[in-house]
Design a protein around this ligand. Structure first.
Ligand SMILES: Nc1ncnc2c1ncn2[C@@H]1O[C@H](COP(=O)(O)OP(=O)(O)OP(=O)(O)O)[C@@H](O)[C@H]1O
Ligand SMILES: [Mg+2]
Length: 301
């Protein structure tokens, strides 16, 4: 059976908003983004029907960031639908849109912290969407906010850095602060765009372990754009491959062989995935679901 498709996968009819176990389903239906004449994301369709850790891979320019940014409305989609719990999140406006953006917290490659602010305040900024405008303007946080922020930092193993300025921390520590900030939003899902691309292997492992732990302990969807195949294989329950804006692979990490990766990356025989490896010696981050639970993308269109 071919795992590849040249265009959008066939849609699975989804009448039940929940998957029968109380999880809210997210459905991507022919989601498309064009920039002028360039189609960055081309009719991408897939469903996430239970809390999964999903890795998105593909060469530079494949459309990974654009797809992620459309989910939380940082980039407006040109066509298609994204349904969460049966609701089209691409048509949300005003307060409803901000609420949605709080529900899908973003983690960025460059952390996006406020460098001169102390760590605990950076984390509390994750609460701003939940506050009124006036409170947000004056950065008024309650003792409960402070306690929650310290709790999130403690969970990420960096509570001792709470009073330092963000710029004083190492890259790995800053990314953990960014993840703590995401946790403060109490989101349904975490969207991480190349969260370890600026980190050394040891810090990359700490950050990926943290994302995996949040996925497993809190049952949250984590969607993670990744450059390195070994990271996707080690941490993700499901891998989506993008090429030239199309979803070309959707399957279990076990199915991500070198030959498959070569197809996704559009590389020839000289493709050497070890060259892109972060060489994370990650061990086993936790039990993943079996390969059998995954369904490869539907046949080519
Ligand atoms: N704001 C923009 N304006 C014009 N074109 C854009 C814009 N953002 C992205 N693109 C184009 O859309 C395509 C997909 O870009 P995107 O950033 O989503 O790729 P990516 O897979 O995340 O790449 P990378 O691995 O380098 O981060 C590229 O051709 C890119 O040049
Ligand atoms: Mg990108």
């Amino acid at each position: 059976m071919s795992f590849f498709c040249n265009g959008p996968v066939a849609l699975v009819a989804q009448h039940d908003e929940h998957n029968g176990q109380g999880w809210r389903v997210i459905q991507f239906q022919e989601v498309t983004k064009t920039f002028g004449s360039r189609t960055a994301v081309n009719k991408v369709s897939f469903n996430i029907e239970k809390p999964q850790m999903v890795g998105i891979i593909g060469r530079s320019g494949a459309g990974k960031s654009t797809l992620l940014r459309m989910i939380n409305r940082l980039t407006p989609a040109s066509a298609g639908q994204i349904l969460f719990d049966g609701r089209d999140i691409l048509s949300l406006k005003g307060g409803m849109m901000r609420r949605w953006q709080r529900d899908c917290a973003m983690v960025f490659q460059q952390f996006n912290l406020v460098p001169r602010l102390d760590v605990v305040t950076n984390v509390m900024l994750g609460r701003l969407n939940g506050h009124g405008t006036l409170k947000s303007l004056f950065n008024i946080f309650s003792q409960e906010d402070v306690n929650s922020a310290l709790g999130a930092l403690d969970r990420l193993g960096i509570a001792q850095e709470a009073t330092k300025r963000a710029e004083e921390l190492s890259g790995g520590q800053q990314q953990r602060v960014a993840i703590a900030r995401a946790l403060m939003q109490d989101p349904h899902m975490i969207l991480a765009d190349e969260p370890i691309a600026s980190l050394d292997p040891m810090n990359a492992k700490i950050v990926m372990d943290a994302l995996r732990e949040i996925h497993e302990r809190d049952n949250k969807i984590v969607i993670c754009n990744l450059h390195t195949l070994d990271t996707a294989r080690t941490y993700c329950d499901r891998v989506i491959g993008m090429r030239d804006g199309f979803l070309v692979f959707d399957g279990a990490p076990e199915a991500l062989t070198t030959a498959v990766a070569r197809e996704i990356y559009g590389a020839d025989e000289s493709f050497n995935e070890a060259a892109t490896s972060t060489a994370i010696d990650a061990g086993q981050p936790g039990s993943r679901e079996s390969a059998g639970a995954m369904t490869p993308a539907a046949a080519a269109v």
